[in-house]
Structures are given as structure tokens and as C-alpha cells.
Design a protein around this ligand. Structure first.
Ligand code: PXP
Length: 245
């Protein structure tokens, strides 16, 4: 079954709106774990818009699940990751110049910089994933950086209207296959929700999805534990469907 990484950034966004201490991302992580999350994801942005350094430190020392740190490919943030030692770092673009057409990391255009960053992280025993658009050139370049994982950007699929939906899904299927043929383990994320997850979760060999906004939004109504277990239930259905059950 596809694993579920829950991105809890938005709890920090809400906290920061008042500048106080609630809601506490650490509690969100514990509730996500109770709901069956397989991992916790946070994005330490250069402007610290939501998650702060203290959040990452606390999560690292208290969360039992694998911790995935999304981050820009900059020296400052890479040095922080090398100190905190998350289980995985997912390199994401934060500046326009680092973007490909569909909003993923432009590995092809920033190859040497990304390759060096991957090896600085892997030297410390941290797994690395590259968040890329489902494009062949990016996948091939990603496979040459030394990273073992890619996270396919599902934003275009999530935003597609009825006409383009099938095409965008196909791009993801083909990209996942290409990545696997090039030795990469494939994750997916961005814009995934309770309505659009099923076809993505049936991508052959998909390892993990990272989902934030839709799960945290549902949590306002149902509580986070239930919101996570509802998503896990859909992933279980997708795994049954993929096996023809
Ligand atoms: N994966 C990556 C690399 C992301 O940057 C984000 C957004 O922070 C997500 C997954 C989660 O996206 P969403 O909040 O739309 O579920």
C-alpha cells in the first residue's frame, strides 16, 4: 500500500497568524501518527513563513515517524538539515529560476548545484528526494544526482479540468515508469485530496504520497486523526484496486 506522509505546515501557518503558540505542530504530528500516518513532512522555508527552526528541532527529537524536511537547495538550509538530521530531505524550488514549466525543481538547469547538495546531505546519512515535474529530462537528470527518490509534482494533475485530467494522469504514469527504470523510488505530492487521490495511488510501484492542505482542511471538521485515517482508507482502497481485489 502507498505510504502517507502528512504535511503539517498549515498548523504552523495558523499559529503564526496570531504569533502565539497554538496550534502546536508537535501535537499535530502526534495526532497524525495516531491516525496512521507513515511519515511527517514539514517545509522549512527560507522566509520561515510557517515552520520555524524550533519546530524542526522539536519534531526531530519527539516524533517516532520518519521526518521528511522539504527545503530549498541553499547552503543555509542544507547546513541546518545536516545538523538536525531528518530521515529525508526533499529539495524543492523556492525561487523562480529554480522552477521547471510545471513548478518542479529544474534539475537539468541547476545540475551541479543540486548534485553537490544531494551529496552533502547523503554524506550525513540523509535520504534525498527531488521534487520534479513529470518530465523525462528532469527525471534522467535527477537519476544522475545520486538522489534515490523523486517526488512527482501532481499540481498540474490536481488543477486539470475534465479535458486534461486523463493526459495529466498519463504523464504521471509514464514519469513514474521512467523514474523506476532509471533506478529511482517514486513519491508524489501537491494538490492531492480525497477526490483525486485514487488514480494517483494506483501508479505502479508508487512509494509514498505527501499530502498537506486537504488533510489539514478536513481536520478542522473531523479532527486530524480522523482526517488522516480517512485518507489512509482511500490508499487502502487504491491498493486493493491496483491488485484487482
Ligand atoms: N510535496 C511537496 C514537495 C510540497 O512542496 C507540498 C506543499 O508544501 C506538498 C507535497 C503538499 O501539498 P498540498 O499541501 O497541496 O497537499
Amino acid at each position: 500500500m502507498v505510504r502517507l506522509g502528512v504535511n503539517i505546515d498549515h498548523t504552523a501557518t495558523l499559529r503564526n497568524a496570531r504569533g502565539g503558540g497554538e496550534p502546536e505542530p508537535l501535537i499535530a504530528a502526534a495526532m497524525a501518527e495516531l491516525g496512521g500516518a507513515d511519515g511527517i513532512t514539514v517545509h522549512l522555508r527560507e522566509d520561515r513563513r510557517h515552520i520555524k527552526d524550533r519546530d524542526v528541532v522539536l519534531l526531530r527529537s519527539s516524533v517516532n515517524l520518519p521526518l521528511n524536511l522539504e527545503m530549498a537547495c541553499t547552503k543555509e538550509i542544507i547546513d541546518i538539515a545536516r545538523n538536525i538530521l531528518p530521515d529525508m530531505c526533499t529539495l524543492v524550488p523556492e525561487k523562480r529560476a529554480e522552477l521547471t514549466t510545471e513548478g518542479g525543481l529544474d534539475v537539468a538547469g541547476n545540475f551541479e548545484k543540486i548534485k553537490k547538495s544531494v551529496s552533502r546531505l547523503m554524506d550525513k546519512g540523509i535520504e534525498v528526494s527531488l521534487f520534479i515535474a513529470p518530465e523525462e529530462e528532469q527525471i534522467i537528470c535527477a537519476s544522475k544526482t545520486g538522489a534515490k527518490f523523486v517526488e512527482l509534482h501532481t499540481g498540474a494533475y490536481a488543477d486539470a479540468g475534465v479535458q486534461q485530467h486523463k493526459d495529466e494522469l498519463n504523464k504521471l504514469f509514464i514519469a513514474a515508469q521512467t523514474a523506476q527504470q532509471n533506478g529511482l523510488i517514486v513519491n508524489a505530492g501537491h494538490g492531492l485530496n480525497y477526490r483525486n487521490i485514487l488514480p494517483v495511488a494506483q501508479i505502479k510501484g508508487l512509494y509514498e504520497v505527501n499530502i498537506g492542505h486537504s488533510v489539514i482542511s478536513r481536520a478542522l471538521y473531523t479532527g486530524l486523526t480522523k482526517a488522516v485515517s480517512d485518507m489512509k482508507a482511500l490508499l487502502a482502497i487504491a491498493s486493493g484496486a491496483a491488485q484487482g481485489i
